[in-house]
Design a protein around this ligand. Sequence first.
Ligand SMILES: [Zn+2]
Length: 313
Amino acid sequence: MDIGAGHVTAGVVSAGGKILFSQSMETQDPERPGSLIGRLEELIRSQLLRAHEQKLELAGIGIGSPGIVNSALGIVVAAGNLPELFGAHLGERFAQAFALPVLVENDVNALALGEMLFGVAKGQKNFIVFALGTDLGGGVVLDGKLIPGANFIAAEFGHLTLDLHGKKCVCGGVGCAREWVSGAGLAERARELLPEESQAIALAGTRSQVSAAEVFQAAEQGDRPAAELVEEFGRRFGALVSNVMKVLDPEVVVLGGEVCRTEPQVMNLVARWTRHYYFPIPKLPEFRLSQFSKGSAILGPAAAFLVKHRRRK
Ligand SMILES: [Zn+2]
């Protein structure tokens, strides 16, 4: 099951990474406020029933959640825009409800494992994942193992400091990368900085409606202020990737998330600026675009479960 800010998807995945079936629901139900965890349970139950009807044998349940996740205990410690999940013992609750082993993992860490088992990082032992959506998340796999960190807050690339005297961030830090390198950050800068005649504002209707999509679209159409914002975004993103590469020396850099999915040109832009800031070695790590779609996001949590399960054996 993949829990997103907008949608939750649950389904059954084969050990080889094939999605047999799945079902989605909106994360928030205005008619049933405060019911998220109960509705997650209902969604899982419906998929288990379907699996039972088809006589499928299930190994367990993998769950990807936004925010800080203690994957050892199956607890969502904090989840930005889903306060209902704060402190939720999802692992224990669903293990009891369904009598199956449950693994809960941060969604981008799960994505990294999904890429390793079923995606563009298949067969790679050292790679990093940047998930660019509303926010910027990250995942690190070294020597074939996910690195969650001592407090499960490793690879928070969106909160690396890019401006020593920048704005205060929601995380408590200052001048965090997400201010430039995230869908929400780019949109906010655009609403603040674009001149009235910018094509992005015309595309969005009003200034307050401008999102990252209109900024990219206007830039493609030759709107100079929008193109400058996109270039600055790419430059900062490249510097960030270069910094992370200097620490971890990966073989592959995977770019995923909603913004990379809808704006695949981001990859060349970021690769160009990464080269600018990185060591002048002849062979840079390979940049690869994640091929996961919105519908295949459950492959991440499924892979996270499989990786843990295989290790235990
Ligand atoms: Zn921050």
